[in-house]
Design a protein around this ligand. Structure first.
Ligand code: PLP
Length: 400
């Protein structure tokens, strides 16, 4: 039985019901942790018949998963209308690597959005380059102009929308249409929106990638990644992932399944609080620009308005002039915002970021010290008070 991802239920309902199969785990509501390496067979005939059939969704050997992993993979497939199935990975970066390796071969060219997550750029500039795969970076706002970059060697286009650190929103339907016309595969890092806010495969994407570490897990306590594929690309994604030995740990998948059940309500709250704080920041004299897809000043905002069901909780802002030392004083003065990598958990985070260091063919709209905020589930009034204290520290540092 394939996962049911028909369009008839709202995503908020789907996250509650998805991936629960009585034939795997009986009536247990959240599939328990099934840990395994060896699976025992009744006799040699049973062993031989198991080896001869498709092991997908069958107990075979621990590397092929147990119902704990299958349930989460199935649940993610159910959130993506048009998808065939999902493979899980021990991190988001592992998911990106497997997705790219499943479609690229030596001699191929990858078109990579210039605002891609920096480790994705490292993979392209490192391992992929070493394998004889070339990468060409493109402007996140290129839209249908991508057609002009597609050459005879172009095999894949990787999108990330909104872009890392600066949040430019891509015209996904225009890019996937141009790619499809030329037989080029499209991959999207959909970590910011998740399928709840942007069902990627419905918008023409072939391989939809999530760092589940962020909103799916949602509690900053496990690493996990996923790739959801169309029927056309599923078999090669699965086979490549098996060949490179990928398996996500059952304990982490259990945390992912547990997190998924509340993802819709968490995302709604992250989104509301983040937008309120983004608006408040726009009114601060210390702030030159707020980079948030739901604000009309954000490059690609019209695509956000057209395609997204809402915003999540991560955005950046640019301080008006000033120095790095003043930016450090601002971040260090915050009490509720932690200083650390990752995002998508229940706690707020602040991070000084320098996007110019991670760009090849474009520059971000606004120069100046930039801070990225992950807005957690605290009361936004308390977060605003905390940021106000940060601005006092910023102003104090500038007077010195
Ligand atoms: C964090 C992140 C990843 C990588 O996920 P990990 O689980 O940390 O490996 C990929 N893409 C984006 C946009 C991210 O923010």
């Amino acid at each position: 039985m394939a996962a049911d991802n028909s369009d008839d239920l709202s995503p908020a309902t789907r996250v509650v019901t998805a991936g629960r199969r009585a034939e795997w785990t009986g009536g247990i509501v959240n599939p328990p942790v099934w840990r395994a390496s060896t699976i025992l067979y009744d006799d040699v005939a049973h062993l031989r018949s198991a080896a001869g059939r498709d092991s997908h969704h069958k107990l075979y050997y621990g590397r092929r998963g147990t119902p704990t992993q299958w349930a989460l993979a199935d649940a993610l497939t159910e959130l993506e209308p048009g998808a065939e199935a999902t493979f899980l990975y021990p991190s988001g970066v592992a998911a990106i690597a497997a997705a790219l390796l499943s479609v690229l071969s030596p001699g191929d060219e990858l078109l990579l959005v210039d605002t891609a997550y920096d480790p994705t750029r490292s993979l392209a500039n490192g391992l992929l380059k070493r394998m004889g795969i070339t990468t060409r970076y493109y402007d996140p706002l290129i839209g249908s102009g991508i057609a002009e970059l597609i050459g005879p060697a172009t095999r894949a286009i990787l999108l990330e929308s909104p872009g890392s650190l600066t949040f430019e929103v891509q015209d996904v339907p225009a890019i996937t249409a141009a790619a499809r016309a030329r037989g080029v595969v499209t991959l999207l890092d959909n970590t910011w929106a998740t399928p709840l806010l942007f069902p990627a495969i419905k918008y023409g994407i072939d391989l939809s990638i999530l760092a589940c570490t962020k909103y799916v897990v949602g509690h900053s306590d496990a690493m996990l990644g996923s790739v959801t594929a169309t029927p056309e690309y599923w078999a090669r994604l699965r086979d490549t992932s098996h060949q490179i030995g990928q398996v996500a740990a059952p304990d982490d998948c259990w945390l992912g399944s547990r997190g998924l059940r509340t993802m819709a309500v968490r995302l709604a709250q992250h989104g509301r609080s983040a937008l309120a704080i983004a608006h408040w920041l726009q009114g601060r004299p210390e702030v030159a620009d707020v980079l948030h897809p739901a604000l009309p000043t954000c490059p690609g905002h019209e695509h956000f308005q057209r395609d997204f069901a809402g915003a999540s909780g991560l955005f950046s802002f640019v301080l008006d002039g000033g120095t790095d030392a003043a930016r450090v004083a601002f971040v260090d003065a915050l009490r509720l915002f932690g200083i650390g990598y990752s995002w998508g958990g229940f706690e707020s985070l602040a991070l000084p970021v320098d996007p110019e260091r991670h760009r090849s063919v474009t520059r971000s709209v606004r120069a100046g010290p930039m801070v990225r905020l992950q807005i957690g589930l605290e009361d936004p009034a308390d977060l605003i008070a905390d940021l106000t204290a940060g601005f006092h520290a910023w102003n104090g540092a500038l007077r010195q």
